[in-house]
Design a protein around this ligand. Structure first.
Ligand code: DCP
Length: 218
């Protein structure tokens, strides 16, 4: 039963590119009382006609900062969106944007240190000044080679140039953030799901998270 604007139990679904975040969210569509917020990739592909995702992959030195600045804005909008359901499931968060993607762009030298500094100041301001609810992080843990094959199969045009080494580095950054806890902020407890399984078997794995998420929907 929906309840008016009380604070929902908020879950971030995190994991490497191609780890099945959208599929995980879709699994929960069958249940009532859950708001699903899928990632705004389509907005990143079409901002007033500009495909920022494509620009970023084609010329990261020029566009990575612009792209990540827009990602942060769209993620913040999702964080702040109110719901009338007791559970809110979100694909990704401003945290993975900062600790995985921006971190990689800074460490690999794609992003100038001054550009990184500006994004980091924005992140710190948001983190300290704007309330962002987080009650649980579902980490869809995968092997880089498995998601690399999935990315090749799904053939999203912008991602055709993505090398395995990038996927491996993003994997390590997700592990550092969610498992090794190298950053001060991990905003909620982490539930790890084995997301290497293929579609025919993954439903059983997803079900293991249902009790943690659905018990909130009372
Ligand atoms: N991306 C990025 N920086 C971010 C977030 C995403 O560069 N802060 C890029 C990586 C991918 C695309 O955007 O090319 C979408 O990545 P996600 O991993 O967020 O989403 P997927 O669609 O790959 O998720 P899944 O396949 O797990 O459903």
């Amino acid at each position: 039963m929906s309840t008016p604007a009380t604070k929902p139990f908020t879950v971030f679904v995190e994991g490497n590119i191609g780890s099945g975040k959208t599929t995980f969210l879709e699994h929960f569509r069958r249940f009532e009382d859950i708001t699903l917020l899928t990632e705004p990739v389509e907005e990143w592909r079409n901002l007033r006609g500009w495909n920022l995702l494509d620009l970023m992959y084609k010329d990261p030195a020029k566009w990575a900062m612009t792209f990540q600045a827009y990602v942060s804005l769209t993620m913040l909008e999702m964080h702040r969106r109110t719901t009338t359901t007791p559970v809110k499931l979100m694909e990704r968060s401003i945290y993975s944007a900062r600790y995985c993607f921006v971190e990689h762009m800074m460490k690999s030298g794609v992003m100038h240190p001054a550009q990184f500094a500006v994004l980091d100041e924005w992140f710190r301001f948001i983190h300290q000044q704007i309330p962002i609810d987080a009650d649980l992080i579902v980490y869809l843990k995968t092997s880089p080679s498995v998601v690399y094959d999935r990315i090749k199969k799904r053939a999203r045009s912008e991602e055709q140039c993505v090398p395995l080494s990038y996927i491996e580095e993003l994997h390590k950054l997700h592990e550092d953030w969610l498992i090794n806890r190298v950053h001060a902020e991990c905003p909620a407890p982490v539930l790890v799901i084995d997301a290497d399984l293929d579609l025919s078997q993954i439903t059983e794995e997803y079900k293991k998270s249902e009790h943690r998420i659905l018990r909130q929907a009372v």
